[in-house]
Design a protein around this ligand. Structure first.
Ligand code: GLA
Length: 736
């Protein structure tokens, strides 16, 4: 899969349908030759254009500055004459910023080495053992050095053959004598020719409006998606893709980068003077600076790259397969996840033991399996003004205590789950009164609160220990099988009473502490089902997926709004990771009424659960829950493991939405169609199915007739007789 051609000094990384090529110049620069459709031969060193000297009249002389400005670098460094965006900037002891890395040697091996302290894709021993043709995973490490700084820089590439993914990361070792500061380190760069009017696809959003697909034509200069909020955020997403004009689900070129990290990031595309594109992804350099004393090293997080020559759909399925196979851990990855009911929208802060038991009993009768107690069970938390940090049970509210509640719920026949927001501190809390210096803030400046709360300074190991123990202590006290780990504000006022001045820009320590805590948690409680959350979907990223197999997608539970949010999310994340619940109408966020059936169908394209007061529902609605829980059991395997195809987008056409999931063996498929707005005097709609076996005959449960796979895909399926707004239908197809 990974080949080194000694004569041409070219590395070629092959996956099932893509190839990636790197060349070494005589001086030792690593140049990017090619990323695209799979190649059968190693060739193409000339594409580095080593003989061209833009704007130098003397043809036989190549000045370094001219070279640096036009050479397609694998990992461009800053300060020495390449004025495009750099990926690595190191400041020396004299205060100078200049870095230049040249190739020294390389290593190629089977498998992949973990990234210390960071979430990262992996290949398990059993995956390696059962490696059949086409499922290989190999790593290339390019070891480079900057002799002046005395640093060694390792560029790692892992090729995942079957999933058409290449991951990249960078490690810097200080092998010299001086203390250095890494001022910028991005994990991946793709230098390409600006041959097409590429569009940049990003996933911007807001609270309750996460991950809407946006495409814009790129031009000269820099265009980006970024976060300086201390988390990946609702507002931008650590994902960028370049697509050729007119790219659809089934055609067009797509180059995608997705960052396995949950803090500040920058994904950027720069078009420069010589019509070159530089696409980069990494930790944002805002408030970033990492001291590296002699002997120390720094590992940057990983970027997932994928290329598709068959449009966005192929990219989606490559990423879904990749995350399911090589990023998500958890015992629940391959077992059925329990259908949960969460009391947040049912009660908000206003509940008692009795009320919760009532909900649980009715939920049980409807087929629900797990009860989750949300915010409000601790300290004096009767609204969001206080008590974050005081993680002891409010026994005035929960009469009988937590153990009694959990046991009673277990007795009803439901499992128990609980909500935490471990990274936070309310100024009105016992914790803050005891440790005001544990909150992130700038000395002498009134801290900016958000939702009346501050953030714990997790760079301080004592604080990290406190936060971890707050969660673990509760989990040790009762049989709790699920935790919702929330994070409801973004980071500002970046000052730490703990970190010394030289380490003041090491915000990354916060993110690393979150990773460490979650790693400890899933190790100490291996049967725990962890769901991450951040004011809805503000920290939905591959970094968090490494710890929790599911993430709450958005606080907006309205079925129509969810169509767009889930479309953007499912563009890059498997449906099994998307937290989705049926809630009450009028919807609490937008006030819209949608049929109960539609709410169930939309939530089915995610983890599936409920978030409403079941005791207040009509008998008819409770009967619908019973039907829906059965529907979930019937289809959950297919939805969790199948191939996802986007057929129509409500966000684009404003009238209807359609998507389907096909089992890997193509024996079964489930299509969801939602008519969002009805139109008068309209013929049936035609939807072209995808991913079926064209030669097979499928039986459809709705129309009760047989079709060939070929006609469903080429001719299309007719969808008629839907009456009203926001009405939906599931179509199940079974191979005959
Ligand atoms: C966030 C979450 C909600 C809920 C509340 C509780 O907004 O996204 O689901 O848990 O916090 O305060």
């Amino acid at each position: 899969m990974i080949i080194y051609d000694k004569k041409q000094h070219i590395f070629q990384l092959n996956t099932k349908s893509t190839s990636y090529m790197i060349g070494i110049t005589p001086e030792g620069y690593l140049g990017h030759i090619y990323y695209g459709e799979r190649l059968q031969h190693i060739d193409g060193g000339y594409l580095l254009r080593m003989e061209e000297y833009p704007y130098t009249p003397e043809r036989n002389k190549r000045e370094k500055c001219v070279f640096l400005e036009s050479f397609p670098m694998e990992l461009p460094t800053g300060g020495i004459g390449d004025f495009r965006e750099s990926c690595l900037d190191i400041r020396d002891e004299h205060g100078c910023l200049g870095t230049e890395i040249l190739y020294k040697e390389h290593r190629i091996y089977s498998g992949k080495t973990p990234l210390e302290g960071l979430p990262a894709s992996f290949v398990t021993a059993s995956q390696m053992d059962t490696e059949d043709a086409g499922t290989a995973v190999q790593t290339l490490e390019l070891i480079c050095q900057d002799r002046v700084l005395g640093v060694e820089v390792v560029l790692s590439y892992t090729a995942f053959e079957r999933e058409d993914v290449i991951t990249r990361s960078v490690r810097v070792h200080n092998r010299g004598e001086q203390t250095l500061t890494i001022e910028k380190i991005y994990s991946a760069c793709l230098d390409m020719d600006y041959e097409e009017d590429y569009e940049l696809l990003t996933l911007p959003g807001a609270w309750a409006r996460e991950r809407r697909i946006q495409r814009r034509r790129i031009g000269y200069g820099r265009q980006s998606a970024a976060s300086i909020r201390g988390e990946s955020g609702h507002q931008e997403h650590p994902f960028i893709a370049l697509v050729t004009p007119g790219t659809t689900q089934t055609q067009g070129d797509v180059y995608a980068m997705h960052f396995v990290y949950s803090g500040n990031f920058l994904g950027q595309v720069e078009v420069s003077q010589h019509d070159m594109i530089r696409m980069t992804m990494g930790i944002h350099s805002y408030e970033f600076g990492w001291k590296l004393t002699p002997g120390q090293s720094f590992q940057a997080p990983e970027v997932v790259l994928t290329y598709s020559s068959e449009g966005l759909g192929k990219m989606t399925r490559s990423l879904h397969d990749f995350y399911r196979e090589h990023l998500i851990r958890s015992r629940y990855k391959n077992t059925e996840r329990p259908i949960l009911i969460n009391n947040w929208e049912a009660t908000y802060f206003d509940f008692t033991t009795e009320k919760l038991l009532d909900i649980a009993q009715t939920a049980k009768d409807c087929g629900i399996e797990l009860f989750v107690m949300d915010d409000g069970w601790f300290g004096r938390r009767n609204n969001d003004e206080s008590s974050l940090g005081d993680w002891y049970v409010n026994e005035a509210k929960l009469t009988g205590g937590l153990k009694y509640l959990v046991d009673s719920i277990n007795k009803i026949g439901l499992k128990f789950g609980i909500w935490f927001e471990p990274e936070m501190i309310s100024p009105d809390s016992d914790l803050f009164r005891a440790h005001p210096d544990w909150m992130i803030q700038i000395p002498g400046r009134e801290p900016t609160l958000s939702r009346a709360q501050g953030v714990l300074d997790l760079s301080n190991p004592e604080v990290e220990e406190y936060a971890y123990e707050s969660v673990a202590r509760i989990l040790r006290s009762a049989p709790i099988m699920y935790v919702k780990w929330d994070m409801n504000r973004q980071l500002s006022d970046l000052g730490s009473a703990y970190l010394s001045k030289e380490h003041g820009r090491e915000l990354l320590r916060y993110v690393l502490a979150v990773y460490r805590m979650q790693e400890r948690l899933i190790k100490e409680f291996p049967d725990l089902l962890l769901e991450n959350c951040s004011g809805g979907g503000g920290r939905f990223d591959p970094g968090m997926l490494y710890y929790s197999p599911q993430i709450w997608c958005s606080d907006d539970t309205d079925a129509v709004e969810r169509l767009g949010i889930q479309e953007g999310t499912a563009l890059i994340y498997p449906l099994s990771t998307i937290g989705a619940h049926v809630s009450v109408c009028p919807n609490h966020t937008v006030g819209r009424n949608t049929p109960f059936v539609t709410r169930g169908h939309v939530a089915l394209a995610g983890t599936f659960g409920y978030e409403l007061d079941v005791t207040k529902l009509s008998e008819e609605e409770k009967a619908l829950i019973r039907e829906q829980t059965e529907m979930y059991h019937t289809y959950q395997l297919l939805i969790r493991n199948g191939d996802y195809y986007r057929l129509a987008s409500y966000a684009e056409n404003h009238y209807y939405d359609a998507y389907m999931v096909v089992s890997k063996d193509q024996k079964e498929a489930l299509m969801t169609f939602v008519q969002v707005l009805a139109e008068p005097n309209r013929r049936s709609r035609k939807v072209h199915l995808q991913g079926l076996d064209p030669e097979a005959v499928y039986y459809c449960d709705v129309t009760q007739r047989e079709y060939t796979g070929e006609i469903l895909m080429k001719g299309g399926m007719l969808i008629g007789d839907l009456w009203g707004d926001a009405v939906s239908r599931l179509y199940h197809f079974e191979k005959r």
